[in-house]
Design a protein around this ligand. Sequence first.
Ligand code: AMP
Length: 245
Amino acid sequence: MWSIRMRASSGRTHVSGAETLSRQEDIITVASSFLLRALCHKKGMPSEIVITVEKLKESPSSVAPLPVKTLDCPSPEQAKIIIKQLLKKEGVSEISIKKALSIVYSSTTMRGASLIDIKTGRRLEPDKSRGVRVSRLGLEEASEERLSGILEKLGINTTRVKEALILASKVASCPGIVAELCISDDPDYTTGYVASKGLGYQRIPNIKEKGSLSGGRVFFVKSGSNINRIIRYLEKRPVVVSVEK
Ligand code: AMP
């Protein structure tokens, strides 16, 4: 298996990124699709595109996809109430939720995710402008049709949902991470989510206004966790999502 990663930037501004795992025979197809994605991004033409193709040194472990649910939510105001309710259930403090909301609703976007202590609200990622980028993640080949089938039934069988669900399923499997909050920075995509092992993947429509450039990701971390170990897992540990028959 190979890890394929793409990042596109314009000066110091992150434009787009993508990552997956691929079989050797699919490298060209996958890398080309990432290149196309970088060249056609709504945020504009990047001035630099980096594609990394790297053979995995360890074989991936597999995790099940989180169960998916789409909530009713008419507005960003209501979305904030839902986010608070869900995160409180997972033991995230008021101050940590406030910090997370200020990050994901900020118009300054990061390439990766912020790590926030669930009790103190302190940011734990070493590079606050970049964040931590989850990498080396993919979908087991035999599970592709099964996952498409599950999402098809829900009317959300898109690459975007699939990629986000794969990411959320890896993140939820990381020891020390309690929950995740995500808002896309795509101005046309206004469905975000809260995810965790216990809650599953809960999609929140109208999480932001259409046209808004804000977005971001936050991973909530159990107090006292080993941050380096968490970052190593998120960035380096190969994980594939596998759907049982
Ligand atoms: P997207 O849903 O792709 O629009 O991403 C929304 C935000 O999530 C981005 O602005 C990044 O801050 C963050 N993000 C995207 N991809 C990753 C990743 N692989 N790992 C960590 N954070 C990410």
